[in-house]
Design a binder for this molecule. Structure first.
Ligand code: TYM
Length: 331
């Protein structure tokens, strides 16, 4: 059976980008067709300056939102990365296979380290090695497919390279994974700056729709989305990124196609109104389930505990094999 692994980082509140680009497909498709693991990658949240209490809170909230989005612990494994030591153990081994040049070429490292420096902070070494830990997340489970949004492509490529290199040097140990991207909404853009990705920890708050935003807030954010000076509605991501973004979001929320939807509108106002309502309707059931889950913390604890147990049992033999292959004797 195909093995799927994917993760989400608790560095901020989950966004519509996370949902349309990744989580929705995990729930609607992936957990039904494969042996799938979905992980709240809390260790990754420590790679930038953070408030420990906030990371704890956001990790819990992310896990609860994954369940609210429809991940079913009977069908897939949901857990916190820090509960399974194999991620960190394997990450170290892979650091001995990766090169520093490879790390410095990573686009997200360049962007995030520049941002940290601009803020006057220092760049943590773990930010540089982030992609190695991510490769460990993936390779520990013999993963075939990694369903992610477009921004993670380069990281999954690195995981592939490290798997191939490790296997060549030390004998076949890891499956070589591939990224799987959604057809629409692989890159949801910020509503206030449609040339940059809608990210959790962005400076353009009004351009980010969060999964727990109230309907009125969602409507306001979408109605105020930056479009462009053209009049007609056309799908042209290059020259009309704002309108294209709205069409992508509407298409993703209504199972439509952005090009076809463009032909159905003659004004930006109507497009925004329908997009806002479509987003509100997609978020409504998710928010209701989230409320119910928050009222039952023992259930969420149990899911995460069981998930970590299952994940550990899946990862351990392969990570031990990697230890042996590299010349160590696992305890
Ligand atoms: P993260 O937490 O930034 O995002 C989680 C998932 O959401 C997707 N995504 C988007 N998709 C479309 N439009 C957007 N604006 C948007 N923003 C985010 C991401 O592509 C991702 O699929 N490094 C990863 C977490 C990670 C991981 C892993 C993923 C750690 N280890 C192993 C896969 C496998 C990250 O920061 O995702």
């Amino acid at each position: 059976m195909t093995r799927i692994f994917s993760g989400i980082k608790p560095t901020g509140h989950l966004t519509l980008g996370n949902y349309l680009g990744a989580v929705r497909r995990w729930a609607e498709v992936d957990q039904h067709r494969a042996d799938a693991l979905f992980c709240v990658v809390d260790l990754h949240a420590l790679t930038v300056e953070h408030d420990p209490a906030r990371v704890r809170r956001l990790s819990r909230q992310a896990a609860t939102l994954l369940l609210a989005s429809g991940l079913d612990p009977e069908l897939c494994t949901v857990y916190l990365q820090s509960h399974v030591d194999e991620h960190a153990r394997l990450s170290y081994l892979l650091e001995c296979v990766a090169t520093d040049g490879e790390m410095r070429r990573m686009i997200q490292y360049k962007e995030k380290s520049a941002r940290e420096r601009e803020r006057g902070g220092s760049v943590r070494l773990s930010l540089l090695t982030y992609p190695v830990l991510m490769a460990a997340d993936i390779l520990a489970y013999g993963t075939d497919e990694v369903p992610v949004g477009e921004d993670q492509t380069q990281h999954v490529e690195l995981a592939r390279d490290l798997a191939v290199r490790f296997n060549q040097r030390y004998g076949h140990t890891f499956t070589v994974p591939r990224a799987a991207r959604p057809e629409v909404a692989a890159r949801v853009m910020n509503l206030q700056d449609p040339t940059s990705k809608m990210g959790k920890s962005d400076d353009f708050g009004p351009g980010i729709v969060y999964l727990l935003d109230e309907p009125e807030t969602v409507r306001k954010k979408v109605m105020r989305a930056v479009t462009d000076s053209g009049r007609d509605v056309a799908y042209d991501p290059e020259d009309r990124p704002g309108v294209a973004n709205l069409l992508e979001i509407l298409a993703a929320c209504t199972d439509g196609e952005p090009e076809k939807l463009a032909g159905a509108y003659t004004s930006y106002g109507a497009l925004k109104k329908d997009t806002a309502e479509a987003v509100v309707e997609v978020l409504r059931p998710l928010q209701e389930r989230h409320r119910a889950l928050c009222a039952d913390p023992a259930y969420v604890d149990g899911v995460l505990r069981d998930g970590a147990g299952r994940a550990r049992a899946m990862a351990r033999p392969r990570v031990d094999a990697a230890y042996r292959a590299m010349g160590l004797s696992p305890a």
